[in-house]
Design a protein around this ligand. Structure first.
Ligand code: V47
Ligand code: SF4
Length: 379
């Protein structure tokens, strides 16, 4: 019983029903004591309050121009050393061809992330965005994580704000949420010690928001982190969102241990479905100022993504195509799916499928063409 004699769960329920904010201790209580059904019930209440019965998807594609990376994050199965036979670099022609294929398939978005190559100058990364934007101007370019922006700053000695502005002029549309991992240094210093720290990640997203660029946020869970690290992570994101309002979607990412040093050294198994659903629900409850929570089907698998639509999630990401990060780390979900399958997945879960663009405008399709429709309200 709490100091005022009320069971913590009753007080949390009352706060959620009244639309009041949960505290750090409420979050810890949910992590440690709440049962899955209660978490699901409360998260679903918030999910339906913010997004009704809609479940969003998009038609997109991923491109990872290189996997060669100076960093050695121990959870990453995607990266390659400079001289490794696994390393690759896409040519300009391959990049343009990939964008043309995406356009031909009716994609509205290209998600661009990759390694930080030991030898490539700043202009190489800028050129990727320029090339794609000039060849396929209708594609929204959601490009480079805060870790990459931080690297561009280290390469050039320039402020990241100026770099973001230069990329925006070259065709950058928004920032993906990767690279956040776990902010708390007790964990970050072990799993990715050299790359952008929490302050740099948050500062870069703030700068992007101030320049009018929207962004996403992620959290990598199911490895060495403890409940208080996850709540601390959500808390820091909520604080920044209070100040800028620039985040669109939060995506909890389950650690996939295959072919990773972290998985091998600590003998970590992939998170259970229960852990996936609990994390989804707690994220929905703590991030009261985020409009959307994404159940990334490539990472969760289709069955768990369907369930997650009743545990706080309102978005399942897109058709994807050419996914590497999760497949290198053992994901057994397909690399791509069709719009018909995505819509069926959503309908089977009892939700209404709505195609969105990256910025949450409805996409209207007619006779093989697409147009931007009404703005899907952000709450
Ligand atoms: O930053 C890397 C994670 C992220 C592993 O913004 C791993 O819409 C689990 O951020 N197991 C990149 N996770 C992916 C990402 C993302 C994905 C989909 C949509 C959006 C969006 C963003 O993947 C990395 C890292 O946190 N990651 N390796 C692994 N073995
Ligand atoms: Fe490099 Fe990103 Fe992999 Fe870290 S997670 S090793 S920064 S590719």
């Amino acid at each position: 019983m709490s100091a005022v004699g009320q069971n913590p769960m009753s007080s949390i329920r009352a706060k959620v029903e009244a639309g009041e904010r949960l505290s750090f201790d409420d979050g810890l209580f949910l992590e440690q004591e709440a049962d899955l059904f209660t978490l699901g019930e409360l998260a679903n209440l918030v999910r339906e309050r913010k997004n009704g019965n809609n479940a969003y998807y998009n038609v997109n594609t991923h491109i990872n121009p290189t996997n060669v990376c100076v960093y050695r994050c121990v959870f990453c199965a995607f990266r390659a050393d400079l001289k490794s036979p696994k390393g690759y670099v896409m040519s300009d022609a391959e990049i343009i061809e990939r964008a043309a294929q995406a356009e031909a398939r009716g994609a509205t978005e290209m998600h661009i992330v990759g390694g930080l190559h030991h030898q490539f100058p700043y202009d190489w990364y800028l050129n990727v965005v320029r090339l794609i934007h000039e060849a396929s101007p209708r594609l929204h370019l959601k490009a480079y994580t805060a870790v990459e922006w931080d690297w561009f700053g280290r390469l050039t000695g320039r402020p990241t704000r100026d770099i973001l502005a230069e990329f925006k002029d070259a065709g950058l549309g928004s920032l993906p949420g990767g690279g956040a991992e776990i902010f708390h240094p007790e964990v970050r210093d072990i799993i990715c010690e050299h790359k952008a720290d929490a302050d740099a990640w948050l500062r870069i997203h703030r700068e992007a928001h101030e320049l009018g660029l929207r962004s996403n946020a992620t959290m990598l869970y199911g490895h060495i982190e403890k409940p208080h690290h996850r709540i601390d992570h959500l808390y820091r994101l909520r604080e920044l969102q209070d100040q800028t309002g620039g985040f669109q979607t939060f995506i909890p990412l389950a650690f996939h241990p295959d072919n990773t040093k972290l998985g091998a050294d600590r003998k970590i198994k992939k998170a259970s479905v229960l852990m996936d659903l609990r994390t989804m629900a707690i994220s929905r409850l703590m991030l009261d100022n985020f409009a959307h929570i994404k159940a990334y089907w490539i990472m969760l698998g289709i069955k768990t993504a369907q369930l997650a639509l009743s545990y706080g999630a309102d978005d399942i990401d897109g058709t994807v195509v050419h996914e590497k990060i999760y497949h290198d780390a053992g994901s057994d979900s397909p690399q791509e799916t069709t719009v018909a399958d995505l819509r069926r997945l959503i309908e089977e879960a009892g939700r209404i499928p709505v195609e969105r663009d990256t910025l949450y405008n409805e996409v209207v399709r007619k006779e093989g063409e697409w147009q931007i429709g009404r703005r899907l309200e952000l709450v």
